[in-house]
Design a protein around this ligand. Sequence first.
Ligand SMILES: C[S@@+](CC[C@H](N)C(=O)[O-])C[C@H]1O[C@@H](n2cnc3c(N)ncnc32)[C@H](O)[C@@H]1O
Length: 235
Amino acid sequence: MKGKQWYQATDVAERYEDKRFSKGGRLIDRRERRAVLDALGPVEDKKILEIACGTGRFSVMLAERGADVVGMDISGPMLVQGAAKARRAGVTDMVEFIRGDAAGLPFPDDSFDAVFAMRFFHLAPAPERFLEEMRRVTRNTIFFDTFNSFSSRTVYNWLLPMGSRLYDEDDVHRLLRTADLELVRADHDFVVPYGCYRSIPDRLARPIRTVDERVGGTELGDRFASVSYWQAEPR
Ligand SMILES: C[S@@+](CC[C@H](N)C(=O)[O-])C[C@H]1O[C@@H](n2cnc3c(N)ncnc32)[C@H](O)[C@@H]1O
C-alpha cells in the first residue's frame, strides 16, 4: 500500500494542507468539514475516533466542539502537524493523537460513539479489514468518503504518486454488507474534480463551485460526482 508510506515523509506532511486546502482548495476543506459534522450530528461529550486523521483537520475541529477525540494515523510527521494544531487551538485536553495502523485498532469493542475516516479508503486496495475494525470499535456511526469511478477524477487519478483506488456504488454496498453495516445516508458531490479547485485562486473557484453545487443537486450530478460521503451503522 503506497499511501501507507507516502505520508510518512516530513516534507509531505508539512506541505499536506497547503497543497490541498489553500486557494480554491478552501472550498473543498469547508465541504468536507460540513460532511463530517452532518454525519456525526451534535458531538459535545461524544467519544469519537478518527482513523487516518493525518494533520488533524477534523479531530481538532471536533475537539473544539466539545467531543472527546482520538486521532490515529500511521504517519508520525502527519501527527506532529495535528498535535501542533491542537496546541494552537487550545484543545490538547480534548484530543489525543496516537500512531497506529488502522488494520488493527488498539481499542476494545464498542469503545466509541462514532468512528470516521476521510480521504483514506482511496489509499486502500483492500479496505475490508479497515471497515471491519471501524465497525468493531463503534456503537453507532461510521462515516467515510470515497473517490469515484465514472468521474472527472479518472483524468488525473492514475498520476497520483500515493496510489488512488476509485470506487463505484456497488463496491461500497458490497463493502458495507461484508462488514455487516447498514447504509444510513449517501451524499455525492464535486462533478468538478478537486484538482481543478486547488489549482486556481479562491475568487475564481467560487463561481465554479456554485455551478458545481447546482449540477450536483441533480441525478446526473450524482452519477458523475467525483466524491461520495457514506454514513452507516452496525446492523
Ligand atoms: C490523504 S491523507 C488524509 C488525512 C486526513 N484524513 C484528511 O482528510 O486530511 C491519508 C492519511 O492516511 C494515513 N494512512 C495511510 N495508511 C494508513 C494505515 N494503514 N493506518 C492508519 N493511517 C494510515 C496516512 O498517513 C495519511 O495521513
